[in-house]
Design a protein around this ligand. Structure first.
Ligand code: NI
Length: 188
């Protein structure tokens, strides 16, 4: 299919609530998924949501064996998830660095729920349900936010920990995995 242009922050499509998929196993759905996969792979993303390629539909794709964008994170299984729902299993939140193909060049420290259950459907309409933690849980929360018109900068609590990747990497080479305490030590 096609590698499409990623819609960037500022475009109203990324601030809109997407509508659910009502019919599974359709040519239109398979085409959308293929375009998302091709674009995600080309851009080296760990996940992508349909609004990022200009379709306000509740479809997300995530997963990787190794990511150059997040070199210290453990693999996440490749998953296509339609009409996803998140259930928070524990109130604890953890800080972690995030970027987004729609916010190129920037990273921010974002609190996310540590443990969640997510459910939804595959392209044929079969149910998917998993209990996950860590970066897997973070990825799903990030992608689901896209379906409700929310981008990661809106989740940042301390804007001191938001900046350009190249500058942040100079301050801390292992950007993706540095806990906030260590970051504070490095900066102060
Ligand atoms: Ni994103």
């Amino acid at each position: 299919m096609s590698i499409l242009t990623i819609v960037k922050m500022g475009n109203p499509q990324l601030a809109s609530v997407s509508s659910p998929i009502e019919n599974f196993s359709t040519r239109a759905l398979y085409d959308l998924i293929q375009d998302m996969q091709d674009t995600k792979q080309e851009k080296g993303g760990v996940g992508i949501a349909a609004p990022q390629i200009g379709h306000n539909k509740r479809v997300i794709i995530f997963g990787f064996e190794y990511s150059a964008r997040y070199p210290n994170e453990k693999p996440v299984p490749h998953t296509i998830l339609i009409n996803p729902i998140i259930e928070i299993l524990c109130d604890e939140m953890v800080d972690g660095w995030e970027g987004c193909l729609s916010v190129p060049g920037l990273r921010g420290l974002v609190p996310r729920y540590k443990k969640i259950k997510y459910s939804g459907y595959d392209p044929e309409g079969s149910p998917i349900s998993r209990i996950v933690e860590g970066f897997h849980a973070r990825s799903v929360q990030h992608e689901c936010d896209h379906l409700d018109g929310v981008l990661f900068p809106e989740r940042i609590k301390e804007f001191r920990y938001f900046g350009y990747e190249d500058e942040l990497k100079l301050a801390m080479p292992e950007l993706a995995n540095i806990p906030i305490k260590k970051y504070i030590e490095v900066k102060e």
